[in-house]
Design a protein around this ligand. Structure first.
Ligand SMILES: Cc1cc2nc3c(=O)[nH]c(=O)nc-3n(C[C@H](O)[C@H](O)[C@H](O)COP(=O)(O)OP(=O)(O)OC[C@H]3O[C@@H](n4cnc5c(N)ncnc54)[C@H](O)[C@@H]3O)c2cc1C
Length: 214
């Protein structure tokens, strides 16, 4: 469901979700003892909630993504504490030989990049298979571009914080690609909330000016 390719071997897939714009509106309107007031009024409410920092109603949306990304991207991702993670463990599993290759390398550099990674994987596999070294120790031979997989369960409010920080120009290009892919996916689930969020936070003139100053 909604599986999107990112980088050379990665992807983002939305595997499950709860709630959408309706859930946010329902929860928010409890504050005024009211219910949905029609499209125009409900959209105005969402804008009010987002721009005034009344974020808890967006916690009524919860998403679980299956993510495959390089370890160096996962390391940045897992700094986002408001959410839940379950990752394949290299104590228990043997890493697959899949590693990040940057775009636009010359053929000669690409060749050297691949040889280096393949040599690391060959020694890793030899240590485990031939020398019976523990997987948890052998993994230290792996490059940080090795792909990992994890599930990420996150609510709408925390996801917006992630998107704000990780779609910006100051974030690393590779995690930005994941963040932008996620934004596209959630805009299909909760189009009003995430379109308003994008307009007022991600694409705002203020943000662009701030980024230009950095
Ligand atoms: C461009 C960029 C560069 C970065 N560079 C570095 C770096 O060089 N070194 C480095 O270590 N990190 C770096 N980070 C990571 C950054 O400091 C945050 O850890 C990360 O972005 C997660 O953000 P967060 O804390 O808002 O998210 P979450 O952990 O999901 O938290 C969400 C919100 O919950 C609240 N919160 C959560 N936990 C606490 C708490 N313990 N106390 C108070 N409030 C809390 C805060 O309001 C927080 O914004 C970088 C991040 C970005 C985007």
């Amino acid at each position: 469901m909604n599986k999107k390719k990112v980088l050379n071997h990665g992807f983002v897939e939305l595997v499950e979700w709860m709630g959408g714009d309706d859930a946010v509106i329902r929860n928010a309107r409890r504050c005024w003892k009211s219910t949905s007031q029609g499209a125009a009024s409900d959209r105005k409410l969402l804008k009010h909630l987002l721009t005034k920092g009344h974020k808890t109603p967006f916690e009524a949306m919860v998403f679980t993504f299956d993510i495959k990304c390089p370890l160096f991207v996962a390391r940045q991702w897992h700094r986002h504490r408001i959410g839940s993670y379950n990752e394949e463990s290299l104590r228990y599993c043997v890493a697959e030989q899949e590693y990040f290759v940057p775009e636009n390398l010359s053929p000669a550099l690409q060749d050297r990049w691949k040889k280096h990674n393949e040599a690391c994987f060959a020694l890793y596999e030899e240590m485990i298979g031939v020398h019976r070294l523990r997987r948890e120790a052998a993994r230290s031979l792996l490059p940080v571009g090795t792909y990992t997989r994890f599930y990420w369960t996150v609510n709408g409010s925390s996801l917006m914080n992630f998107l704000l920080l990780r779609t910006g120009r100051q974030a690393q290009k590779e995690i930005r690609e994941y963040a932008r892919t996620i934004l596209k996916i959630v805009k299909e689930i909760a189009p009003w909330s995430f379109a308003i969020f994008q307009e007022f936070f991600l694409d705002s003139g203020e943000r662009k000016q701030h980024e230009e100053k950095i």
